[in-house]
Design a protein around this ligand. Structure first.
Ligand code: GTP
Ligand code: MG
Length: 386
């Protein structure tokens, strides 16, 4: 205050200005200086944030023509996908619908016996005992309204749909937690599962799907157990126009995964997909190995893998449930792909897994070609079943 008075006294013309105005002026200057400092500090913090946390969308990739294989994939019409789904599920559908027809035909009364028969049909379609009981219990609560076979059929369809479209599917979209793929670069997917379930094939199909969306995909061959695995993956990478990182046979798979993620970061990949060797969920040492892969990947890119994708084979029936549980206990599974539905009449496993495990089923495999890996859509699935 003294300094202010001194300044006012030393500059007589200032005396003509009311001191209140000078105070206001000084206050405003102070606020402006503070805001400018704050802005500079925030800019500095923002520039230091790791790229993977940035919220803004990635700039679109320069327009490049897609290779013919991916162009073909991109142009698939929804109707042709539905047809493939229906034909892929035809064995399950035949066995399920003919069972349902024979139960419902000639039934005069909707009684406990009918519900028991329906429950048995579900169990034999591999829906699982617990799941089947839950679905039929819920159906029997609507008993009063079910006075014709058609009503029973459509109520059962409704119950199955309700059962498989839990909230976990709503927050997930193909390839990850909603929006995560756009935010995280590279988005890292670790693919796991027991031997021969279709991990490598699924990775090839996924790479093609992401590639057809204009994403830059890098596949990591961390299955160093079999020499043929790397060759198989190389063929898929070529088909999908994806980059591949591979090492010599018997290299530590965690080291390959580490290098793969590093390469993905250096080359600006949008998605990094890591293939791993098939392993029995009951073998402790093999489960420890996959945990190590996960840890090492996280070391190179904190937060990665962003998605642990478990592949299960529909033809293995209820054992797939045990696999899901043990892989989830060891690693934390984020999403599930169920393959080989075209090879079984017991596609009910999809209902069992998607209804009981709190993990979203994101893809189902209904054949061997690229377009046969489909997004799991509960409505389409139930429509194809009835
Ligand atoms: N019919 C059919 N076959 C499939 C499907 N998905 C994968 N396969 C076949 O299943 C076999 C095994 O597939 P892979 O992708 O090699 O399985 P994997 O899990 O990588 O096997 P490992 O690496 O040995 O553990 C191959 O012959 C695939 O063509 C599917 O949805 N339908
Ligand atoms: Mg494989």
């Amino acid at each position: 205050m003294e300094i202010l008075n001194e300044i006012l006294n030393s500059l007589p013309f200032l005396l003509e200005i009311p001191p209140e105005l000078i105070y206001v002026f000084l206050l405003l200057t102070g606020i402006a200086a503070f805001l400018s400092l704050l802005d500079r500090a925030l800019t500095r913090i923002e520039s230091k944030r790791p790229a993977i946390l940035k919220d803004e969308k990635k700039p679109p990739k320069a327009e490049e023509p897609l290779p013919p294989e991916l162009e073909k994939y991109k142009k698939l019409e929804p109707e042709s996908l539905v047809k493939r789904l229906q034909s892929g599920l035809s064995r399950t559908r035949k066995s399920f619908s003919s069972g349902l027809d024979s139960i419902l035909s000639g039934k005069g009364a909707v009684d406990d016996e009918l519900f028991e028969e329906l429950e048995e049909l579900l169990v034999t379609s591999d829906v699982g005992v617990k799941t089947s009981i839950a679905i039929i219990e819920s159906l029997s609560q609507r008993k009063e309204q079910l006075d014709t076979p058609d009503k029973v059929r459509s109520a059962l369809k409704d119950e199955i749909h309700k059962f498989i479209s839990g909230p976990q599917h709503e927050t997930h979209e193909p390839g990850g937690v909603q929006g995560a793929m756009d935010r995280l670069k590279p988005y890292v997917i670790l693919v796991v599962g027991v031997n021969g379930v279709g991990k490598t094939t699924t990775i090839g199909k996924l790479a093609a799907r992401f590639g057809s969306e204009g994403k830059k995909v890098l596949i990591v061959a961390a299955d160093t157990f079999r020499a043929a695995a790397v060759e198989q993956l190389t063929v898929w990478a070529e088909r999908a126009d994806a980059d591949i990182v591979k090492h010599k046979e018997k290299t530590d798979p965690a080291a390959v995964a580490y290098d793969g993620v590093e390469a993905g970061m250096a080359r600006g990949a949008d998605v990094v997909i890591i293939d791993t060797a098939g392993r029995l969920h009951t073998k402790v040492n093999l489960m420890e190995e996959i945990k190590k892969i996960k840890r090492i990947v996280d070391k190179r890119l904190p937060g990665a893998p962003h998605e642990v994708l478990l592949v299960i084979d529909a033809t293995t029936g209820q054992n797939a449930m045990t696999q899901t549980q043990l892989f989830n206990d060891s690693l934390g599974v984020d999403s599930i792909a169920i393959t080989k539905l075209d090879g079984t009449a017991k596609g009910g496993i999809v209902i069992s897994v998607s209804g009981t495990c709190q993990i979203p089923v994101t893809f189902i495999g209904v054949g061997e070609s690229l377009e046969d890996l489909q997004e799991f859509d509960p409505v389409e699935f139930v429509n194809a079943l009835f």
